[in-house]
Design a protein around this ligand. Structure first.
Ligand SMILES: Cc1ncc(COP(=O)(O)O)c(C=O)c1O
Length: 390
C-alpha cells in the first residue's frame, strides 16, 4: 500500500527517521554513562516502546496509571510514573501491577506521601518512590535548594510502605528559549541543561548528608530529562554522584517546536500528518485560503516556540522542505485554515504532509499511526495507550 492511498487525516511515522532518532539518543546516553528510560507519553505505543528497548532503553516512563497498565500488560517490567500520584484508587491499581512489575512513582507533598504510605503499608507492600524535584520549571516538585526538601526526603524515607529510590526532575523550562538579551538558543539550552544536572547532583549530596538510605548506599537514582535540555547534556561527577538516567519523550518524533528551538532539523521530524486539501477559495485581497481536513482534533491547538500557525506544511516530505508561504493560520474543530501568500500550486484533492507543532498531543488524537518507508506503508502502529489519562 502507498501512503497516498491512506484515508486522511493520517499520522505517518517515517521509519528511517524514527530509527535514527532512537539510535542518536541511545548513543548519547552511552557516551554520558546514563540509562535511557524513555517517556512513552509521546508515542503511547507498545510497538515503539519495544523498539526503544531493542535500542537499549532500560525501563519506561509514563505519566498515568492507565499508561502503566497498558505497558505492564504488554510485558514491560520496570515502569516509572513521572507523576505525583494521589488517591487510593490509583494506589490500588499500582498495588496490582507490583505483582509483575517494578513500579515507582513521584512524591512531592507530605499529604501525598502519607496517603501512599498508609495504603501500601496496610497492603503489606513496599513501593519505590522518587522525590520529585523542582530545579527551575516550577511545575511540581520540592525545591532543590530548600533545606525543607532534604528534610521532606528524609521523612519519606522513614515512612512504612515506601522506599526512596531516587530523585527526579523535568526541566520543562528548556522550552522557554533565551531568557536574557543576547542569549542564543543554544546557550539557553545549555544553561537549563547544566542547571538540571548540577542542581540534582547538589540535592543528592544533601540527601546523603541527611542520611537518606539510597543516597548513603550510593544507589540513589538521579533521573532528569526533556528533549531540549538533553540536546547539550553532558554528565559529570559531583561528590561521588552522577546523573543515572534520562527520560526523553519527544525525541522519537520531534516536531516544529524542536526545530524552532534548534534541537533538530526538519529531516529529524519522523511524524507528519497527511492531510487532504478539500476546499479552496479566494480572499478579498486576492490571496487564497485552502482548507485541510485536519483541524483542532488532529493538529491540536498547541503553539510552537516562536511559530506562526499550527504546524508546517512541507513541499516535499522526502527532502522535508517546508512551504513557507502556506501558513495554517487558524483551526476549526475539523478544518485547518491555510493562508497562502502569493498564490499556490495546491488544489482541491492534493495531499500534503504537516509537521505538527507538538507531536505528543497529535498522537493522542489517533487510534493508529502508519509506519512508512518513503511512499510505502510498512505497517499499522496501534496507539495502545490513547486517551489513558486516568
Ligand atoms: C516528567 C516528565 N519527564 C519527561 C518528559 C519528557 O520531555 P520531552 O518530551 O521534552 O522529552 C516530560 C514531558 O512532558 C515530563 O513531563
Amino acid at each position: 500500500m502507498f501512503a497516498s492511498d491512506l484515508p486522511t487525516p493520517a499520522v505517518l511515522i517515517e521509519k528511517s527517521r524514527l530509527e535514527s532518532n532512537l539510535a542518536a539518543m541511545q548513543s548519547k546516553a552511552k557516551s554520558e554513562g546514563v540509562a535511557v528510560r524513555p517517556h512513552t507519553k509521546t508515542h503511547k505505543s507498545v510497538f515503539i516502546a519495544g523498539l526503544q528497548q531493542d535500542h537499549g532503553a532500560q525501563g519506561l516512563t509514563v505519566a498515568k496509571v492507565g499508561e502503566a497498565e497498558t505497558f505492564a500488560a504488554a510485558g514491560f517490567t520496570d515502569i516509572r510514573l513521572a507523576y505525583a500520584l494521589y488517591g487510593d484508587e490509583k494506589y490500588a491499581r499500582v498495588s496490582k501491577l507490583l505483582a509483575t512489575c517494578r513500579i515507582s512513582f513521584c512524591v512531592d507533598t507530605r499529604e501525598g506521601a502519607q496517603a501512599a504510605s498508609d495504603f501500601f503499608s496496610k497492603a503489606d507492600q513496599i513501593v519505590d518512590v522518587v522525590i520529585e524535584t523542582d530545579i527551575g520549571y516550577h511545575r511540581c516538585g520540592v525545591l532543590w535548594d530548600n533545606p525543607e526538601s532534604v528534610a521532606f526526603a528524609k521523612w519519606v524515607d522513614g515512612l512504612p510502605g515506601l522506599r526512596v529510590c531516587g530523585i527526579l526532575t523535568h526541566a520543562g523550562h528548556a522550552y522557554y528559549g533565551p531568557q536574557s538579551e543576547g542569549e542564543t538558543l543554544a546557550e539557553s539550552l545549555k544553561r537549563v541543561s547544566n542547571q538540571e544536572r548540577d542542581r540534582m547532583l547538589e540535592f543528592a549530596v544533601g540527601l546523603r548528608d541527611a542520611g537518606v538510605q539510597a543516597a548513603v548506599k550510593g544507589d540513589l537514582e538521579i533521573s532528569i530529562g526533556s528533549t531540549p535540555s538533553l540536546r547539550y547534556f553532558t554528565n559529570t561527577t559531583h561528590e561521588g554522584f552522577r546523573i543515572t538516567e534520562i527520560r526523553p519523550g519527544n525525541y522519537v518524533f520531534h516536531d516544529k517546536t524542536q526545530v524552532n528551538l534548534g534541537v533538530c532539523s526538519w529531516e529529524d521530524c519522523a511524524l507528519t500528518v497527511q492531510a487532504t486539501v478539500f476546499s479552496k477559495h479566494k480572499n478579498d485581497d486576492g490571496s487564497e485560503r485552502l482548507f485541510l481536513d485536519s483541524g483542532k482534533k488532529v493538529l491540536t491547538s498547541d503553539g510552537a516556540y516562536k511559530a506562526e500557525g499550527f504546524g508546517q506544511i512541507m513541499y516535499d516530505s522526502k527532502a522535508m522542505v517546508p512551504m513557507p508561504h502556506a501558513v495554517i493560520n487558524a483551526l476549526s474543530e475539523e478544518h485547518g485554515w491555510v493562508r497562502v501568500r502569493g498564490g499556490s500550486t495546491l488544489n482541491v484533492g492534493d495531499t500534503v504532509r504537516v509537521v505538527p507543532n507538538h507531536s505528543c498531543v497529535v498522537v493522542n488524537t489517533q487510534p493508529v499511526m502508519y509506519l512508512v518507508d518513503g511512499e510505502n506503508v510498512v505497517s499499522t502502529i496501534q496507539v495502545d495507550a490513547q486517551s489513558k489519562v486516568v
